[in-house]
Design a protein around this ligand. Sequence first.
Ligand code: SF4
Length: 326
Amino acid sequence: MIETKQDILDILNMPEEAFARDVLPNAQRAREAQFGNRILLSAMIGYTNVCKNQCLYCGMRAGNSALKRFRIAPEDVIALGTNAAAHGYKRIFLIAGEDPKYGFDGLLEIVRAFKDAGMFVSLACGEFERARYEALKAAGADEYVLKFEMSDPESFNRMNPSTTFARRMEAIETIRALGLMLASGNIIDWPGQTVSELADDILLMKRLGISWAPVIPYLPALNTPLFETHHRGRLELLYKEIAILRLIMPEIRITAQQPGADLKKGLADPEANDAAIRAGANLLFYDLLPDPLAADFRVIDERHITGPKHAEALSERFGYEIDTNI
Ligand code: SF4
């Protein structure tokens, strides 16, 4: 049983062999008990890569002038998403930078169209006032993704200079209070993070009662202040966090689209995705953006576009059953 911070720390500090022997098989069994052999494939679309914020770790930060920016008009977003719905996709994830010039009415129109198409709608468009979350819920949004990134307020304020930890947590609590499902999580092994802080991040996800853990290890992104000076987050800690999350919250979705040892393969490395699934993860994405735009939607450098072919290849190679509506 994992109940206390010390229990979490014991796993995070465990030698890798002991983790592989004593914890990993339990996490795999927990995923299988909940979902069988099924892995969820959700459609996703990054509809604007414009962002007014300056998060120190993010390739889409406003200060990255090397990135080509785009906005996709609501009618085009709707066409891409409803086409996916017509092909059997039951879930869609709308993701964006914090783009004040992307009309909010257009966003509501998109949500309504996807709801009408029978989809489960998740959104990650940043911090809003309460009235906007209310409007999104009324339009049919099911889930809102707002990561706390790091549970230590001082570190958060340093790494996310365009907002504050207090503001982020207030928005997160508003989302919960409105009855939207909350997806939230951390960056694993971000520059300077201690194992104790990582354990606190995991405890915060548990306390928040999240529906999906959109977690990822820290990956250095070009043209960001941390690029030159800090190494990528450790895979060992990624797998340990995924396994702990699966064991303490068996029913949640956990992102399986994870990097492996070779960052050039991005998030589309089959072995790396399989390793995350074996640790307890269960969620892959079908990127609906046309290729040239998808390459510019990059919070990290080597995201790589994935779709049904990637999921099918994983399925053939490792025997998973791909499901578009878990
Ligand atoms: S993490 Fe999100 S809010 Fe921060 S700079 Fe990147 S896209 Fe903008």
